[in-house]
Design a protein around this ligand. Structure first.
Ligand code: HEM
Length: 318
């Protein structure tokens, strides 16, 4: 109930009214919120069943992506659920991470999450069809599938994440990175090292900005529109990092390195990847070698998707 109360009570700027189908979904009982039978034969059978449901949910996400160019925002949703992880906190779910807590209104209204209601409204109806798939898994499944469907590498995902069940379990605001901090390299290290990630992973994961746009009305970054965004696809507007911002490739690194095109976005935290001596080693490599980028990206994305996750039953591969 806290889910729906959280969402309905808070005024989410830019959010459309909840459709009735979604309202029903959000009212799911705590038992349905990611709980599956514990050990025993029944659990083994349920695990098989869950694997089938995960496969079916992935097909639904693929279908969604064919009808709606929402790859970028689904990736951002997955990143923002997982990226609150703090490796210095042992207790779950206080450590944050990939536990589905972003679906609660109290977290969704964090400044960094502006606009992500749209992504939830796309992912949750699919989750509603598959009771064995947790919210946390659904969010990560949608993100990995979006990368793959945009032409990116296959992400070696595992599933079985347990969900948080109330807004009291949401992380505090401020755990995600800012785009224009005074010292971008120090800031990125502070945030990503807290998640247990290293320089190479920071650079590889930043390559996700090959997809999508920044919108002034959401993050305060980017132009209102550019020649690459004024006609969509999807809702027109915003500023992208790459010309073909629905295609996952290494063009982000090439564009950031060259900085020739004023219509393309370079955040301070993007620019620093070619300025900091340690980041630069990887950024140069990825600009030259797409295969190397894909390999490192796939591993880093999978690691990100597991941050802070508690798996029950033990990990299901798909
Ligand atoms: C390195 C630190 C990062 C910073 C400071 C940052 C910042 C931002 C900002 C300001 C936006 C624009 C949001 C908007 O206006 O709607 C954005 C969009 C985006 N970010 Fe990041 N980000 C970072 C890392 C990441 C990572 C690690 C991923 C995924 C692995 C990611 C994926 C995306 C995607 C796909 C979008 C486009 C969303 C859309 O088009 O709706 N970002 N990011």
């Amino acid at each position: 109930m806290a889910v729906v109360h959280g969402l309905l009570r808070r005024s989410l700027s830019g959010a459309s009214p909840l459709p009735s189908s979604l309202r029903g979904l959000l009212l799911a009982s705590p038992q349905e919120l990611g709980r599956r039978p514990a050990s025993s034969d029944a659990a083994a059978a349920a695990e098989g069943d869950v694997a089938d449901q995960l496969r079916a949910a992935r097909e639904d996400v693929r279908h969604l992506l064919k009808t709606k160019p929402c790859h970028p925002i689904l990736v951002r949703l997955g990143w923002h659920d997982a990226g609150t992880y703090d490796k210095n906190i042992a207790e779950w779910p206080r450590c944050g991470g990939a536990n589905g807590s972003i679906r609660f209104g109290i977290e969704l209204v964090h400044g960094a999450n502006k606009g992500l209601m749209t992504a939830l409204l796309l992912a949750l109806p699919i989750k509603g069809k598959y009771k064995g798939v947790t919210y946390a898994d659904m969010i990560q499944l949608a993100s990995a599938t979006a990368i793959e469907e945009a032409g990116g590498p296959k992400i070696p995902m595992i599933y079985g994440r347990v969900d948080t069940t109330s807004e009291e379990q949401c992380p505090p605001e401020g755990r995600l990175p800012a785009a224009g901090p005074p010292s971008p390299a120090d800031h990125l290290r502070e945030i990503f090292y807290r998640m247990g990630l290293c320089d190479q992973e920071i650079v590889a994961l930043s390559g996700a900005h090959t997809l999508g746009r920044a919108r002034p009305e959401r993050s305060g970054w980017g132009e209102r529109e550019t020649k690459y965004t004024k006609n969509g696809p999807g809702t027109p507007g915003g500023q992208s990092w790459t010309p073909e911002w629905l295609k996952f490739d290494n063009s982000y690194f090439k564009e950031i390195k060259e900085r020739q095109d004023e219509d393309l976005l370079v955040l301070p935290t993007d620019a620093v990847l070619f300025e900091d001596p340690s980041f630069k080693i990887y950024a140069e490599k990825y600009a030259e070698d797409q295969d190397a980028f894909f390999k490192d990206y796939a591993e880093a994305h999978a690691k990100l998707s597991n941050l802070g996750a508690k798996f029950d039953p033990p990990e299901i591969t798909s």
